[in-house]
Each structure stands twice: as C-alpha cells, then as structure tokens.
Design a protein around this ligand. Structure first.
Ligand code: HPA
Ligand code: ZN
Length: 344
C-alpha cells in the first residue's frame, strides 16, 4: 500500500471533533484583537509570541492559552476567531466540525454568554452558508474549577441550550477526577445534550473509566493512556467508544517524547475507533491536515489507514445517519477519483 500524498490527505473529506476554538487564536489575530481592545501583551511582536510557544506539559500550555484568551472581548472578536478557524478547516477537507469553547474563561472576565455565543453562532451560520461546512459547539467545563462552578455555568447557559449540542470537560487533568462533575453532566444529560470529556491525556486510565461510568460520556478526548490498561482497551473497542486523538498536541505537551512512539496505530490495531484532531492548532504547530501528515510520516501509515481514520471521524460525529452516509459516500468518491488519477 502506497504512502498517501499530502494533497490526498488534505483533500480527503473528514470531521474534526477535538478543537478548542480559543486554541485557534493565531498570534497575528492575538495582536490585532489586543490592539483593537487596548490590551497590553507580554510580547513585543508576533515572532516573540510564537517563540514563547514552547511547552513542557499541559499546565505550561494552559497558562499561556488562558492569557491569550484575555484579548477576546467583543462579539466581533469571537465572530472573527470562529470564522478564521472554519475557513482553515474547510481548506483541510473538513466537512463537519464539533468545536469546544470554554465559557468560564470568558465569564470570569465579565464577558457574558450573549457576547461569545452571539459571535460563534453568527460565524458558524455565515460560513456554513458560504462554504457548506457543518459545525456545532460543545461547551466545556474547566476542571481546575469546582463541580459547583460547573453547575453554575450550566445554569448560566440555560438560555443558550439551542446554540450547542453537548458538554465536555477540559483544562488541568492531574488530581482533578471526573467524579467531581457528576451533577453538571447529569443536568446536561437531562437537557438532551451529548457528553464527552478529556481523560487519559496526562491523567491516569482510571479517569477514562470515571468519565465513562460516572459522567456517562459518549466519546473520550485524548484517551491515549488507556493503553496502560488492557481491559480498558478491550472495553473501548467492544463498546465502540471513540477516542479523539491529537498527535501534535501530545508531542508539544510531552505526552509522547517522539511522534514515532505514538500509540495511535496500536490503539487502532486493537479495534478502537480512533480519530485525528488538532486540539489547539495555533499553539501546537498545525491544523488537522498537518496532524494527519505528521502522524502518517512518523508511523508510516498507509492510504488505507488514512481512509479508515477519516471514516472513523464521521462515524464518531454527533450527526444523523443520513448526513453521515452522505459524507462517507463522499470519501468513497474521493478515493475512487484518486485511484483513477493515479492510474493515468
Ligand atoms: N487538554 C486539556 N485542556 C485543554 C486542552 C487539552 O489538550 N486544550 C485546551 N484546553
Ligand atoms: Zn483538548
């Protein structure tokens, strides 16, 4: 089986299921918004800002990521942030995006739900109409804050339930077990929302079990540390629990020391529904296609692996069977066309 070309990877229809919109804030936009809103930045210019993006672990990244989010203040900022991400995703073959946002990062600064939800929703609608990309939002609770903060955040979001399709759990994982967030997830479940959680990125595989059993999540974000517990790997495979894996994030945050040691292929080979995603593309050196390309190179994945990963992304998406089948058929058409092209 041949190695897939970069243009094949970029053009292949795919879904992105693990992207934090605040993590798509490129330094250029950071400076633009800071200027517009009169915010002082600790960097003299874009180059110095990029140079500061060197992380040792999740917390060292989160410190800079939350600092960056402080430039987001008006509805226009949130609109332009979302618009820029959707255009980039579209260029990478993304047909469907399920996008995390961190409301507490904004409400704690006095920015209300109306401001960021208005900007996000308007941008999604406009770009959907223009480019045909389908997108929905997933609201994440910050796990370095308390379970009761998460409940209060859910109550603040009540007027906006029509503007997001699920809830998730992110931020510092170590020593923050999922069980602290049972009440907030129960409220979300009762409201008919989808449930996902970051687990087993830096935290132990037990947190994956906690996310499944205590929170009732349908997908695990990251989940790479599941490999340490063979019975958990068997469970994820048997129950078809998708993992939203983010290779460049794992490399940049030291979850793996080298991409060629990444367990993505081993997890696939054990029957887990693995997907590839960008996490925080402005901070980790690339959008979704860059993540596919990097892991294909590092693990010498072949064309069939890449096609399977793209199919997995639609199979793991929160969409109707009708829409899923249309996108899966698009993959088949794309592959057929490329095979004919290769033979010419
Ligand atoms: N893990 C936890 N929290 C996050 C991440 C992540 O990879 N990205 C943004 N918030
Ligand atoms: Zn993440």
């Amino acid at each position: 089986m041949s190695k897939p070309s970069k243009s094949f990877i970029r053009g292949l229809p795919k879904a992105e299921l693990h992207i934090h919109i605040e993590g798509s804030l490129e330094p250029e936009q950071l400076f633009e918004f800071a200027k517009r809103n009169g915010v002082d930045l600790p960097f003299p210019d874009v180059e110095a800002c990029r140079a500061a993006y060197s992380f040792t672990d999740l917390q060292s990244f989160l410190d800079i990521y939350y600092q960056g989010a402080a430039v987001l203040q008006t509805e226009i900022d949130f609109y332009e942030l979302m618009e820029a991400y959707l255009r980039r995703a579209h260029d990478d073959g993304v047909r469907r995006a399920e996008i995390f946002f961190d409301p507490q990062t904004h409400t704690d600064r006095g920015i209300t739900f109306d401001v960021f939800m208005g900007g996000f929703s308007r941008a999604i609608r406009d770009v959907e109409i223009e480019l045909g990309i389908s997108a929905d939002l997933i609201m994440c609770f910050l796990r370095h804050l308390s379970g009761s903060d998460a409940v209060a955040t859910f109550e603040q979001a009540r007027d906006h339930l029509h503007q997001f399709i699920g809830v998730g759990l992110d931020s510092s994982e170590v020593d923050q077990p999922p069980e602290q967030f049972v009440e907030a997830f129960e409220l979300a479940h009762r409201a008919g929302l989808h449930l996902v959680a970051h687990a087993g990125e830096e935290g132990p595989p037990d947190y994956i079990i906690g996310a499944l059993d205590a929170l009732g999540v349908q997908r695990i974000d990251h989940g790479v540390r599941s490999e340490e517990m063979p019975e958990l790997v068997r469970r994820l495979a048997a129950d078809t629990v998708p993992l939203t894996v983010c290779p460049l994030s794992n490399l940049e945050l030291g979850v793996v020391s080298d991409l060629n040691e990444h367990n993505l292929k081993r997890l696939m080979d054990q029957g887990i529904l693995v997907t590839i995603n960008s996490d925080d593309p402005a901070y980790f050196g690339g959008y979704i296609a860059d993540n596919y390309i990097a892991i294909v190179d590092a693990l010498e994945l072949d064309r069939n692996d890449v096609i399977r990963l793209a199919r997995n992304s639609f199979n793991a998406a929160f969409v109707t069977t009708e829409r899923r089948d249309i996108w899966l058929a698009e993959i088949d058409d794309f592959v057929d066309q490329h095979e004919q092209g290769d033979q010419l």
